[in-house]
Design a protein around this ligand. Structure first.
Ligand SMILES: *Cc1c(COP(=O)(O)O)cnc(C)c1O
Length: 350
């Protein structure tokens, strides 16, 4: 068990949140003169639901998680930042994270002036729970894990993840942004067992909705209540809420698109494998491949000149000469492969 009051910043625990007009009145009325809105139907004259109850209900049905265990943010970036603001005292507390992983955990630590401790994954990008736990001390409030991980693409060993959750008495965050592409199921069915677990998912990847900025955090109702208390009152705008309801309704489209990307991931891997400058393709449970090449900087530059942008990860820990290729449409992947093949022919003649 965790003592939430003990790990929450005292000012946040005591905080009395801003109470907006739409918080004080629940239900439906025929005349709204409570929020100083314009009465003219533009049709965006009314404030959106600050608690996004309809969207949460739809997510609850798709994910099998109770509404009071769902927090919605302006992308996953918002709950990432709010977790620091809720639990980490600047210049005093610290967090521990796997390395390499998603860059926002570190950036938000720096913004909030919180020490960011890293524990390197092994050469197969696997995690040791013991190493992660031994990097913690009495000031460690959060542990960051990401599975499938970015930029490596692999799923972390589930037993190691569970060992961290069970043996840490602060908050453990598991970022599952790529879970829809994974052969490993999400951890949400076990959420009620773990009062210290926060699971992040997003509409930005498999749901094909990066532009609307909608991220989900799943956690105990107590943790969700703390995040809700400190968020901006109207953090999810009405256009985003409507879009979310519409994509959640067309759930089958998601399955179709994911199946196509998984098929393309296999084909892309097979074609890249044959290129002479490709040294290793790491196993992926996500919608991208991490590929070790002989000269990442040169290939990156060559692709840019051909109008193809990929991610050069060569300066990232354990990723020397690695590039990250997002799996695109069949046509996009074809173009990438043809361009790389032409480059291989060219360097053969050097
Ligand atoms: C892409 C990505 C996200 C999504 O962030 P949003 O702010 O929801 O767009 C979250 N975590 C990881 C690891 C990612 O790669």
């Amino acid at each position: 068990m965790i003592d939430l009051q003990k790990i929450t910043r005292p000012n946040i625990w005591r905080l009395k949140p801003y109470s907006c007009a739409r918080n004080e009145f629940h239900g439906t009325a025929s005349v709204y003169l409570d929020a100083n809105e314009s009465p003219y139907d533009t049709p965006y004259n009314r404030y959106p639901d600050p608690l996004q109850l309809r969207v949460k209900k739809a997510i609850s049905e798709v994910k099998g998680v109770a509404c009071d265990s769902i927090f919605l943010g302006n992308g996953s970036d918002e709950p990432i930042d709010l977790l620091y603001r809720a639990f980490c005292e600047p210049q005093k507390d610290n967090v521990v994270a796997i390395e390499p992983t998603y860059g926002m955990y570190h950036v938000c630590a720096d913004i909030n002036d919180v020490e960011y401790r890293t524990v390197n994954l092994d050469e197969n990008f696997q995690m040791s729970a013991d190493k992660l736990l031994s990097a913690c001390d009495e000031h460690t409030k959060l542990i960051w894990m990401c599975s499938p991980n970015n930029p490596s693409g692999n799923s972390l060993n589930r037993n190691e993840i569970l060992k961290v959750i069970k043996n840490f008495d602060g908050i453990v965050v598991l970022d599952e942004a790529y879970i829809d592409f994974s052969s490993v199921p999400d951890i949400l069915p076990q959420l009620p067992e773990f009062p210290n677990l926060v699971v992040l998912q997003t509409f930005s990847k498999a749901w094909a909705s990066a532009a609307v900025r909608l991220g989900m955090a799943f956690a105990s109702p107590e943790i969700v209540a703390i995040l809700t208390k400190i968020k901006y009152p109207y953090n999810i705008n009405v256009l985003t809420q409507r879009h979310a309801l519409s994509v959640l309704e067309n759930n089958n489209q998601l399955q179709q698109r994911v199946a196509e990307i998984l098929e393309q991931r296999v084909l892309l891997g097979q074609r890249l494998q044959k290129l002479p400058f490709v040294e290793k393709i790491y196993p992926s449970d996500a919608n991208f491949l991490l590929v070790k090449v002989t000269d990442a900087n040169e290939i990156y530059q060559m692709l840019i000149e051909k109008g193809i942008v990929v991610r050069n990860r060569t300066t990232v820990t354990l990723c020397a000469n690695c590039m990250r290729f997002t799996v695109g449409t069949r046509e996009e992947n074809d173009l990438l492969c043809q361009t790389l093949l032409a480059y291989a022919e060219k360097i053969k003649k050097r």
